[in-house]
Design a protein around this ligand. Sequence first.
Ligand SMILES: NC(=O)N[C@@H](CC(=O)O)C(=O)O
Ligand SMILES: [Zn+2]
Ligand SMILES: [Zn+2]
Length: 344
Amino acid sequence: MTTLTLTRPDDWHLHLRDDEALSAVVGASAAQMGRAIIMPNLKPPVTTTEQALAYRQRILSALPEGSRFEPLMTLYLTDKTPAAEIERAHASGLVHAVKLYPAGATTNSDSGVTDLANCDDAIAALARLGMPLLVHGEVTDAEIDIFDREGAFIERVMKPLLTRHPTLRVVFEHITTAEAAEFVRGAQDNVAATITAHHLLFNRNHMLVGGIRPHYYCLPILKRERHRQALLAAATSGNPKFFLGTDSAPHAQGDKESACGCAGAYTAPAAIELYAAAFEEVGALARLEGFASHFGPDFYGLPRNPDTVTLVREPWRLPESLPYGSAQRIVPLCAGETLAWKLA
Ligand SMILES: NC(=O)N[C@@H](CC(=O)O)C(=O)O
Ligand SMILES: [Zn+2]
Ligand SMILES: [Zn+2]
């Protein structure tokens, strides 16, 4: 096979940041994706509908001329989000989901939720409106090992949440373990998951063997090979509960290559090509379209994109770095490496 044409994909988990960084990265996603669910973990976070709509305008203004890329906005859930704010968000027609960051779990999550019991009214409103709750599924307790935080979250938070709100639409974001894949597979149809390209392609050895490689450091952290295999099996299974979410999370080169480097992998410039590499590894390229382009919009109740993209088998090299605002550079994941597939 030398070309592969797919319905245009969407990215159901994307960080675009703001200001100069936004202008530097938005074009990469717009060149590939029809739409993207835009993460609200700005500084300060996007906690109101008004802020989400203003952020949406900034994204639209930063787009390359003629782009039809559609940002699908989200709100950042806090201990104090009123149910009325969820209703406003839903009524806007432009805010598509609400994001749960356990306080302290990841980049810019300090204003996140300290205890889901504080959010019961907001979550009941989501369940009533059929609006998805997007979940960064890791506990933050200091005594839980970083490699076990997703598994602990399933038991301590996810299961009780779904027991209390059984019809709540939940996207378990960027799953990284066999346990999370198993949990989502066994859950009701209102529970789905996104999977990143980097968690399909890499395990923790890629990050830690032969030197510490900060560009592979993201949260949830890369796991053992057995988990990568389980994620590949889920993504390529054809099960519509699993769909594409890059979690492309740009940080300036200096903030990654540091004594205390930021979490996040910048994958947007080669997103669909990286997924193609993962699917090809297990002979499942024929399943890429469902995962990348069909199951996400189906879950969100949106139409599939009307146009297509074509991948060609044509080796190309990712740049070592790219401009990131006026004074900085950004290093994409797999910088300097050659990929087999290229977006035509
Ligand atoms: N994934 C990451 O490692 N980082 C994300 C936050 C997140 O998605 O958890 C970021 O905003 O940088
Ligand atoms: Zn996250
Ligand atoms: Zn993310």
